[in-house]
Design a binder for this molecule. Structure first.
Ligand code: FMN
Ligand code: SF4
Length: 596
C-alpha cells in the first residue's frame, strides 16, 4: 500500500487533537501505515500533549494495534471452538505451510504473517479469517486457502480478492419480533415524542425489558438512573463489542436492521436527555463501518438525527461510531468507556456506575445492540404488548446465535421460556452431548438438562448457543475456552492474569496425558480463587466452563488422567457447589503462588 500521501497532521486535526480520540487516531494511522512506529507514536503524543509512555501503553493494550512491523498481509484465523470443529486449525497450518511461515512470525520478506484471533463472530459460516483487520473470509476450505496463498505471493490487493469469499449471510432461521417486520424509520421516535420523555420511560418500565448484553439489568431503571443523575451532559452508548465466542446476533442486527438499533438509541436519548450517542463497534466488524455510516447519513437527511429531530424543538441528538481494536474485555461496560476515552480497556472500580459517572465523567447509559432494537419495538407497540410475551421475569423475545453440530446454524428468535430441546430440534441437532449457552462465560448443559428453559429464571444467556454432539471431546472444548480467557485477560489483577494462564498450563498437561488427579484438584482450587478474587466479570467467569465440564462430563477428563483419585475425604461435587456460592474479595493473588 502506498502511504506517501498520508497526511498525519490532517488526521490529527480531524480528531481535534483530542486525547479521548487516541484509540481511533492510532487505528486510523495503522490503516495507512500497517503498524505504529515509535516515530508515529511520538508525533501523536506531541500533538495530543500526552507522554510517549502513555501513547505506547495504550497502543500495546489492543491485540489489533501493532507496535512492531507486521506483514503486508496479516491473516488471523478465528480460533473459536466452532471454527476449530469445522477444521480451522488444519487450514491454518496448511496456509502457513504453503507460505513457509513459522507460527506468529512475519516472513523474512515482510510479505505475510498468519496467526489466530479469539472469535470473528462468524461461527455460523466458519471456518473464518480476518485479513488486515478489514476483510473477512468465510467458509474457508482447502481450495480457498490455496488460492489465498497464491494471491498473497502475487501481492494481489485485497479489494481484488474474490468478492464471494467475503459474503456474510444473515442466516435468519426463525424470526419473531426483532428479526421480523421492522417499523418504518422514524415510527418509534414519533411514538416516543408523542408520549414525552417521562411517558416513554414509563412504557419501557411497563415492558419490563431487561438488557440483552448478559446481566439482564432492567432497562427502564437504568435509563431512569441516567436521566436523574447529576451531570452537565449525558450519553447513550451502544455496546456492539459482541466479543463472547459463539455470539453473532448483533452482527446481523447491525447488518440488516441498523435503523431499528439507531432508532432505539434515539429514543433512549429522548428519555435520558442525551445529545450524543456512541456505538462501540468491535474491530472484527470493521467491514460494517461504511454501511452503518451510510445509514447515519440517511437518517440525518430524514430528520431522524441532528437538530430538532422530527420537528421537536430541543430534541438534538447524533451518533458517532468508534471502532474497537480487538479486546474482548472492552465489552465490559466500564472498560468500554475507558476505551472510548482513548485509554487502555481496563475495567473501572464500580461504583460509581456509568449511569452516574460514565463517558468523560458524565451520566451514560450503556446498552446492548439487541436492547436498543427491543426499545424501538416497544415504542411502536407499547410496553404491555412486550410484557405479554415471554415469562413474568423475562419478557419479550431473545435472539440466539446457534452454531456447532447442527444442520441449520444461524439466528433463532424465541420468546423467553423456550426449552433448550426445542431449539435443538429446530436447528437440526442430532445426538447432542452438550450445549454451551451464553458462550464460554455462560453455562454448559448436558443432555439431562435439555428440558430447562431460556430465561433469567432458569438459563440466562447473552445469545450464544453452541452445540456439541457425542463425537466431541468436552475436555478439548473446556481447553479452548480456557485459552480464550487467558488470551483475553487484560492483566490488571493478579488472580485473573496468573490464574487464567495456570488453568491453561494444567489443562495442557492433562491434554498431553501427563496429568493426575492432583491437577484436577488444582484446577478446582483455581476456580474457587478466581471466582471470588478477580476485579471484573471476565476473571469471575473464566472457570465456568471448567467447573461445568468437570462436573458434567467427568469421563472426558478421566481419559486424560493417569488415575483419577482425589485426596481422602475430597468430595468434588460438594466442593463444586460450594464454589458457586463463594463470595468475598482478595486481589492480592498471593494464594496463587502455592498453585504454580
Ligand atoms: C468481560 C465482559 C464482556 C462483556 N461483553 C459484552 C458485549 O460484548 N456486549 C454487551 O452488550 N455486553 C457485554 N458485557 C456486559 C456489559 O458490561 C453490560 O452489562 C451491557 O452492555 C449492558 O447492556 P444491557 O443492559 O443492554 O444488557 C460484557 C461484560 C463482561 C464482564
Ligand atoms: S478480572 Fe481479568 S479482565 Fe478483569 S480486570 Fe482482572 S485481569 Fe482484567
Amino acid at each position: 500500500m502506498n502511504t506517501s500521501s498520508f497526511d498525519m497532521d490532517a488526521l490529527l486535526a480531524r480528531h481535534q487533537h483530542a486525547p479521548h480520540r487516541l484509540v481511533q487516531i492510532l487505528r486510523e494511522i495503522q490503516v495507512q501505515r500497517h503498524w505504529l512506529s515509535r516515530q508515529d507514536l511520538t508525533q501523536v503524543a506531541q500533538a495530543l500533549r500526552s507522554s510517549l509512555a502513555h501513547v505506547e501503553g495504550v497502543a500495546s493494550f489492543y491485540h489489533f494495534l501493532h507496535t512492531r512491523p507486521v506483514g503486508q498481509y496479516r491473516v488471523l484465523f478465528s480460533d473459536n471452538i466452532t471454527d476449530r470443529l469445522s477444521g480451522s486449525e488444519e487450514l491454518h497450518r496448511h496456509l502457513r505451510h504453503l507460505l513457509k511461515l513459522e507460527p506468529d512470525t512475519v516472513r523474512a520478506d515482510g510479505r505475510v504473517s498468519v496467526a489466530a484471533t479469539s472469535c470473528t463472530g462468524l461461527c455460523d459460516q466458519g471456518p473464518a479469517a480476518l485479513v488486515n483487520h478489514q476483510r473477512v473470509i468465510t467458509r474457508l476450505n482447502n481450495s480457498r486457502i490455496e488460492h489465498m496463498a497464491a494471491l498473497i505471493e502475487q501481492q494481489v490487493p485485497l479489494d481484488q480478492w474474490p468478492a464471494e469469499w467475503s459474503r456474510v449471510d444473515d442466516q435468519i432461521r426463525l424470526a419473531n419480533v426483532k428479526l421480523g417486520a421492522q417499523p418504518a424509520p422514524g415510527q418509534g421516535i414519533a411514538a416516543a415524542i408523542a408520549r414525552g420523555p417521562q411517558g416513554m420511560l414509563e412504557e419501557i418500565k411497563r415492558s419490563k425489558l431487561r438488557g440483552r448484553g448478559g446481566a439482564g439489568y432492567a432497562t427502564g431503571i437504568k435509563w431512569q438512573l441516567c436521566r436523574n443523575a447529576a451531570g452537565s451532559t449525558r450519553y447513550v452508548i451502544c455496546n456492539a463489542d459482541e466479543g463472547e465466542p459463539g455470539t453473532f446476533k448483533d452482527r446481523v442486527l447491525l447488518s440488516s436492521y441498523a435503523d431499528t438499533v439507531f432508532e432505539g438509541m434515539t429514543i433512549a436519548a429522548l428519555v435520558v436527555g442525551a445529545r450524543q450517542g456512541l456505538v462501540y463497534l468491535r474491530g472484527e466488524y470493521t467491514y460494517l463501518l461504511e454501511p452503518l455510516q451510510a445509514v447515519l447519513v440517511r437518517r440525518r437527511s430524514q430528520g431522524l438525527l441532528g437538530n430538532t429531530i422530527q420537528g421537536k424543538a430541543g430534541f438534538d441528538f447524533d451518533i458517532d461510531i468508534h471502532v474497537g481494536c480487538g479486546a474482548y474485555v472492552c465489552g465490559e461496560e466500564s472498560a468500554l468507556i475507558e476505551s472510548l476515552e482513548g485509554k487502555r480497556g481496563t475495567p473501572r472500580i464500580r461504583p460509581p456506575f456509568p449511569v452516574e459517572r460514565g463517558y468523560l465523567g458524565q451520566p451514560s447509559t450503556v446498552n446492548n445492540v439487541e436492547t436498543f432494537s427491543a426499545a424501538t419495538h416497544i415504542a411502536v407497540h407499547g410496553g404491555a404488548w412486550w410484557a405479554g410475551i415471554g415469562t413474568p421475569q423475562s419478557t419479550g423475545t431473545k435472539i440466539h446465535s446457534v452454531s456447532g453440530d447442527c444442520e441449520r446454524p444461524g439466528l433463532y428468535e424465541y420468546p423467553f421460556g423456550t426449552r433448550i430441546g426445542r431449539i435443538l430440534e429446530d436447528c437440526g441437532a442430532r445426538d447432542t452431548q452438550a450445549v454451551q449457552v451464553g458462550g464460554p462465560s455462560g453455562v454448559c448443559l448436558s443432555a439431562l438438562e435439555f428440558g430447562r428453559r431460556i430465561g433469567f429464571e432458569d438459563v440466562p444467556t447473552a445469545g450464544a448457543f453452541m452445540v456439541f454432539d457425542r463425537s466431541r471431546d468436552m475436555f478439548e472444548v473446556a481447553r479452548n475456552f480456557a485459552q480464550f480467557f487467558a488470551h483475553e485477560s487484560c492483566g490488571f489483577c493478579t488472580p485473573c492474569r496468573v490464574g487464567t494462564e495456570l488453568v491453561v498450563r494444567r489443562l495442557d498437561k492433562l491434554g498431553k496425558g501427563y496429568g493426575s488427579s492432583e491437577d484436577v484438584q488444582v484446577l478446582y482450587e483455581l476456580d474457587k480463587l478466581m471466582h471470588s478474587a478477580t476485579h471484573c466479570g471476565l476473571g469471575a467467569a473464566a472457570c465456568n466452563p471448567l467447573r461445568d465440564t468437570i462436573a458434567k462430563f467427568r469421563p472426558a477428563y478421566e481419559q486424560h488422567l493417569k488415575s483419577l483419585h482425589f485426596a481422602p475425604g475430597f468430595d468434588l461435587d460438594a466442593e463444586l457447589s460450594q464454589a458457586r456460592l463463594a463470595t468475598g474479595r482478595d486481589d492480592s493473588g498471593a494464594h496463587l503462588e502455592t498453585l504454580v
